[in-house]
Write a protein that binds this ligand. Structure first.
Ligand code: FER
Length: 276
């Protein structure tokens, strides 16, 4: 009897260990400032948007050791419905996560652009953020991104301008935008990530009408969501369609994951290490 209890105990312990290893979570401290390492730089840029007819703001993170004499790939990192160009910076500390990854030699040097994805005259997250004109502005941003922001970044920063060197990812509304704009413009993006993507995510058949082309052109397609997130169906149905059509992608369901920055920071940590 004693042996059975002992065996059961070790079996349980082993299963738990196996289960927890199954999910590769970012290591402790990945998002904490380290004072003993080089730091990148955050700038605010202002670009003229023909799409909106205003001057629009974005943040830009350049890596430690940034040089005008080199050429860098670019990641466009998009916020959610309650945010603006500062949401990632304030809540997701991408600059800290990136600085730490560079210090550990785990990341290719890249420029990160944090745009404002609500392309309308008043692009602040104030009032009723669910109002139809504000939600529509997240779709309008596709034009602003392709026709105004990307050309501005390409002529202002030393960047590699081919599709293989441009990535897009975002959280929630920004996840839907990343899938819509990334998969809808494979001539512009080869690396696409949707974290906890919102209902603005196009239906799979519209998102990827030509699976063969997507298969050939995508370097990475990352779809993730917390298992406790009420929006998981949008990620799930996309992944199911991609699987049925044999389009390679990562589908990452975060155990005990909600609709929050714990999930998105962890996604960012893993996604960016696969880029370029
Ligand atoms: C919705 C539920 C969630 C919706 C948008 C969201 C436009 C976006 C959430 C987020 O960005 O965090 O019905 O409709």
């Amino acid at each position: 009897m004693k042996q059975v209890v002992l065996f059961s105990f070790f079996f349980l312990l082993f299963s738990l260990a196996a289960y927890s290893q199954d999910f590769n979570q970012a290591p402790q401290g990945f998002d904490l400032v380290r004072s003993d390492i080089p730091h990148g730089k955050i700038d605010t840029i202002v670009y003229a948007s023909e799409t909106v007819g205003t001057n629009r703001k974005a943040l830009v993170y350049t890596p430690p050791g940034f040089s005008e004499n080199k050429k860098y790939p670019v990641l466009y990192l998009l916020h959610g419905i309650g945010g603006d160009e500062k949401e990632w910076f304030n809540n997701g500390v991408p600059h800290v996560i990136f600085d730490n990854l560079y210090a550990d030699g785990k990341l290719k040097p890249m420029i990160v652009v944090l745009p404002n994805g609500r392309a309308m005259e008043d692009d602040r997250a104030t009032g009723n953020i669910m109002a139809p004109d504000k939600v529509q502005a997240f779709a309008t941003f596709g034009q602003d991104l392709l026709e105004d922001l990307i050309p501005f970044v390409d002529k202002t920063y030393p960047v590699k301008q081919d599709r293989e060197y441009r990535a897009i990812a975002g959280l929630s509304m920004g996840g839907g935008q990343s899938l819509n704009f990334g998969l809808g413009n494979l001539d512009k993006f080869a690396w696409v990530g949707g974290f906890s993507s919102a209902p603005n995510t196009k239906a799979p058949e519209t998102l990827v009408p030509d699976p063969e082309k997507a298969k050939q052109q995508l370097k990475l397609l990352w779809i993730s969501c917390g298992d406790q997130d009420g929006l998981i169906r949008f990620s799930e149905r996309t992944s199911e369609y991609l699987k049925a059509n044999e389009v390679p992608h990562i589908y990452r369901v975060i155990p005990d994951g909600y609709h929050d920055f714990k999930v998105w920071k962890d996604d960012l940590y893993h996604y960016v290490q696969l880029l370029f």
